[in-house]
Design a protein around this ligand. Structure first.
Ligand code: NDP
Length: 284
């Protein structure tokens, strides 16, 4: 039987800490502000944006939503970002992805000031993460690390396997584990003998985007299993990348879906926005 690491509990703790720090900042005349841009009417993006706005209100931040129509041009989007880059009350800017196909995501990410890039997707922030000298960590991998720390799990010297190599989850996740002296293997769709590699892992992070992809025969007894996936199973029920029922009895620690990594992502976004407000106001 595994210990179930509750992202609900850990994220509530992080948010309470951010809220307390926000009150202190307010007493110094600074209220952290987050601008959230959404282009088009993707229902999943709408839910994420609403959750982010609600989280801002809960911790005491100001949030501004910029809901743009799906036919917004690249130039219109870039000039909005330029305006927000120069707006002192806004400390963090995030543009909800994915964008409609006619817009150039890379150019949009590059246009956000690195000091306001609370998603940590800008190449300058990605580079900083690589060398371990960063302002912000990308929210989902940072949330996974917070869960690992909350459970008192030691990463140093452990065999860590990250399944998935996306720029927003897999790659930075591997880097964060490496910074804590894990021996890290990154797996992807071209990886051969995935089962064998996973079976040797002390820590597995699944960021594949495939329902219940990680089965019990891929997990060794006592492994720590962190599930980033947010999928729907064949019945439309929310599920992760890990077959929780089968894997949980073998694992030492495991995160559930929902209630695991998911709530951490927004909590870490709040943490990054707070940090951005401090940086921009020269507050330690
Ligand atoms: P991507 O689709 O960008 O990346 C998926 C990765 O999984 C790719 O690197 C891909 O390999 C790899 N992969 C796919 N199939 C296999 C396979 N059969 N064997 C091994 N590797 C495979 O997804 P994201 O990284 O954006 O997201 C991953 C999951 O995490 C999704 O379910 C997403 O919804 C969820 N997510 C959750 C968040 C949260 O807040 N909890 C935040 C962000 C994402 P290749 O590169 O070769 O194609």
């Amino acid at each position: 039987m595994a210990v179930i690491i509750s992202g609900k509990e850990v994220s509530a703790k992080v948010r309470a800490e951010v809220k307390a720090e926000c009150e202190q900042l307010k007493s110094k005349g600074v209220t952290p502000g987050l601008a959230v841009i959404i282009v088009g009417d993707d229902p999943a993006s709408r839910v994420y944006v609403n959750n982010k706005k609600k989280a801002c209100a809960d911790v005491g931040f100001v949030s501004e939503e910029y809901a743009l129509p799906a036919h917004t041009t690249q130039q219109e989007l870039l000039s909005l970002i330029d305006k927000l880059n120069n707006k002192p009350e806004i400390n963090g800017i995030l543009c909800q992805l994915p964008l409609p196909k006619h817009l150039d995501e890379k150019a949009v990410i590059n246009a956000i000031s690195p000091l306001k890039d609370v998603d940590a997707f800008h190449p300058s922030n990605v580079g900083r993460i690589m060398i371990g000298d960063y302002h912000f960590l990308p929210c989902t991998p940072a949330g996974v690390m917070e869960l690992i720390h909350s459970a008192g799990i030691e990463v140093s010297g452990k065999n860590c396997v990250v399944i998935g190599r996306s720029n927003i989850v897999g790659k930075p996740m591997a880097m964060l584990l490496l910074h804590e002296n894990g021996t890290v293997t990154i797996c992807h769709s071209k990886t051969k003998n995935l089962k064998e590699i996973c079976s040797n892992a002390d820590i597995i992070v699944a960021a594949v985007g495939r329902p219940e992809f990680v089965k019990d025969d891929m997990v060794k007894d006592g492994a720590v299993v962190l599930d980033v996936g947010i999928n729907r199973d064949e019945n439309g029920k929310l599920c992760g990348d890990v077959d929780f029922k089968a894997v949980e009895p073998k694992a030492s620690y495991i995160t559930p879906v929902p209630g695991g990594v998911g709530p951490m992502t927004i909590a870490m976004l709040m943490k990054n926005t707070l940090k951005a407000a401090k940086l921009q106001n020269n507050i330690e």
